[in-house]
Design a protein around this ligand. Structure first.
Ligand code: RB5
Length: 143
């Protein structure tokens, strides 16, 4: 399972923490930027990660900006992307179990490292339940 990660300047500082957390669990991570705290536009990184997830079957993404809102709005423009903005473990778990979310978004300015760890653990440990949720997830793209 490969993860693509992207941030803007407002999510840049916490990125090494997230990458290290995932790599310690044996997960391969590719960092698609940004690579400094210089001001950038979050949609550029949301689109990069969304395209990478769509091009690499079975992969997932993590997008971090100040609030996570802009990243989720931009990533969800891509058909097949289900980007979930999660600031607690419960929603992170349900985003996988019920929504089959393939990109996790959160805000560096919203949550601290302890909460980020709990979000990541909940996300990683949860599995999509399929069944009625599969039908609902399909209706997201087919309307
Ligand atoms: C950048 O200041 C901030 O607007 C951005 O990181 C993000 O929070 C947007 O949704």
């Amino acid at each position: 399972m490969k993860y693509f990660i992207g941030t803007d300047h407002a999510g840049f500082l916490v990125k090494p923490f997230v990458i290290e957390f995932l790599e310690k669990k044996g997960i391969e991570v590719e960092d698609l930027g940004t690579y400094s705290t210089e001001s950038v536009d979050y949609p550029d990184f949301a689109h990069k990660v969304a395209k990478a997830v769509l091009d690499n079957e079975g992969s997932k993404g993590i997008l971090i900006c100040g609030t996570g809102i802009g990243m989720s709005l931009a990533a969800n423009k891509h058909k097949g992307i289900r980007a979930a903005l999660c600031h607690d473990a419960y929603t992170a778990e349900m985003a996988r179990r019920h929504n089959n979310a393939n990109i996790l978004c959160f805000g560096e300015r919203v949550v601290g490292k302890g909460v980020i760890e709990s979000i990541l653990n909940a996300w990683l440990n949860a599995k999509f339940e399929g069944g009625r949720h599969q039908r609902r997830v399909e209706k997201i793209d087919n309307f």
